[in-house]
Each structure stands twice: as structure tokens, then as C-alpha cells.
Design a protein. Structure first.
Length: 267
């Protein structure tokens, strides 16, 4: 079983959901991103999702786009991301990578899978890669023992949902809303229905992302999902801070609040 699967099983045994915290590699710097993700783990985040910065992140809202732009302007490349993954994996927390497909294709699919596994990564979340076009990745992930997480949305038909989750390994990423990432005032009413539909098609854990920004919202989502995925709200802690120390303090505080939320779900 993948380390992601172990994390979900452990959380389920504890009667709670997994908290997945997302951060682009190299934001605000390579070393700064390692410090940020380490702080998230120390504050209670179960799984770290490391995003490879990309110039055209079609699923990401303005907060993640800005953070990725800062990383790219600082010269961050895919090999830097692999170094970040290795450092964060050394904390003991499972590390999954979120990436658009172009950087993997340019790196070389099998070579990337090999190097990701070597760095301690557990697999990929691929928002712009669909299973029908993922032949190389399916083969490479099998060859190197990596998970693969495709996305489903409220608009997915039953047939498409079943096909998509059938190609997943580790967990399924359910997008709670139609649109881009970013914290919202309220969580999505469509998400519980989508999670139920996914569970009819697979026994894999279901993580819900897009829109969560507070501990209360995390508790609500944890009441019906196996995982709560948070990105923009955590990244904003660093974006809005006047200096690195206060940014890390805010990041620790929000991580702890979110962790408390998933440990006390609203049923």
C-alpha cells in the first residue's frame, strides 16, 4: 500500500479525515518553501502536496498563481522541486506532487517518475491530464510504484466518474466547485453529493479540495470526506506577511486550526 493509503487508513482508524496542505515549491524561495512545509507538518498537517510552479496554471486561482509566479521569477525549476520533495519527505509526512503535465513531459515521463520516487514522493495529482491521454504516466507510475490521482468534478457523468476513479491509485481528488482554487466564505453544497457518487464507484479514499480556508470549514468537509485539501488559505499566510518570521507564525497557526477542524469533524 502507498504511504498515502497508510495515512488515510490511520486517520480513519482515529475517526477523522486526513489534512492535506498545499504549497508551491520555491515559494518564496526554495529554502523558504522547505521551512514552510516543515512548519505545516509540525503544526498537524498530515500530507504535504508540493506543487511544481507553472506559468499557465489553469486550475489555480490568483493566490496560487501569484505564489507560482514568485517561485518562477526566482528561477525555480523541476529539479529544485524534487529537492524540496526530498527535504519535506524527510519529516516523515507523505508528500504528493501536484503538477500540470507540461513540466513532466519536458523532463521525460519515465525519468520524472524515477526521480520522484527516488526523492520520496508518493505520486502525482494531475489536474490537466485525463486518463485517456495518460498512457505514458500510467506505465511509468506502475514501473516506479507511484500513485496517480485524477480529478472528478460535480459535472462528471457517472460513466466518466467510474472510468476516472478506475485509473486512480492512492486517493481520488474531488473538486468541490466548478472553477479555480481559492478559499470561499462557504463550502460547496455539491461536494457531499460528489463524494457519495465517488464512493459508489470505488473504495479509494476521497479528498475534497477547492474552497476550504478555516478550521470550521475543514471540520464540515471532514464530516463527509476522507481528506480535506487546503492550499490558497495557507499560501496567503506567507503572501500577506510583512516578513518571513511572521509569515511562518501565521502559517503554523492556520495549520493548527485546520488540523483541529479535521480532528473534530461536523457530522
Amino acid at each position: 500500500m502507498s504511504r498515502i493509503g497508510v495515512a488515510f487508513d490511520k486517520a480513519r482508524a482515529d475517526g477523522r479525515a486526513v489534512l492535506v496542505g498545499c504549497m508551491p515549491a520555491g515559494f518564496p524561495t526554495v529554502e523558504g518553501s522547505i521551512a514552510a512545509m516543515t512548519a505545516m507538518v509540525e503544526a498537524g498537517v498530515d500530507v504535504i502536496e508540493v506543487e511544481i510552479p507553472y506559468s499557465d496554471p489553469v486550475m489555480d486561482g490568483p493566490v496560487i498563481q501569484k505564489a507560482s509566479d514568485i517561485a518562477l521569477a526566482g528561477g525555480v525549476r523541476t529539479r529544485d522541486t524534487l529537492r524540496v520533495i526530498e527535504a519535506v519527505a524527510a519529516t516523515g509526512a507523505p508528500v504528493v506532487t501536484m503538477t500540470y503535465w507540461n513540466p513532466v513531459e519536458r523532463y521525460g515521463v519515465d525519468a520524472f517518475a524515477r526521480d520522484l520516487a527516488s526523492a520520496g514522493g508518493t505520486g502525482l495529482v494531475t489536474p490537466d491530464l485525463i486518463p485517456e491521454e495518460a498512457g505514458e504516466w500510467l506505465a511509468a507510475s506502475d514501473a516506479h510504484g507511484l500513485d496517480r490521482t485524477f480529478l472528478v468534478s460535480p459535472s462528471s457523468t457517472d460513466a466518466r466518474l467510474a472510468m476516472t476513479v478506475g485509473h486512480c491509485r492512492g486517493f481520488v481528488y474531488a473538486t468541490a466547485i466548478m472553477g479555480v482554487t481559492g478559499a470561499r466564505a462557504q463550502t460547496s453544497d455539491a461536494a457531499p453529493v460528489l463524494v457519495s457518487r465517488v464512493r459508489e464507484a470505488t473504495d479509494l479514499p476521497v479528498g475534497v479540495g477547492l474552497g476550504v480556508g478555516t478550521g470550521a470549514q475543514a471540520g464540515t468537509v471532514a464530516g463527509y470526506a476522507d481528506g480535506v485539501i487546503v492550499g490558497s488559505a495557507l499560501i496567503r499566510c506567507l503572501l500577506d506577511a510583512p516578513d518571513e518570521a511572521s509569515g511562518l507564525a501565521a502559517l503554523r497557526a492556520l495549520s493548527a486550526e485546520l488540523a483541529e477542524g479535521v480532528r473534530n469533524p461536523t457530522r
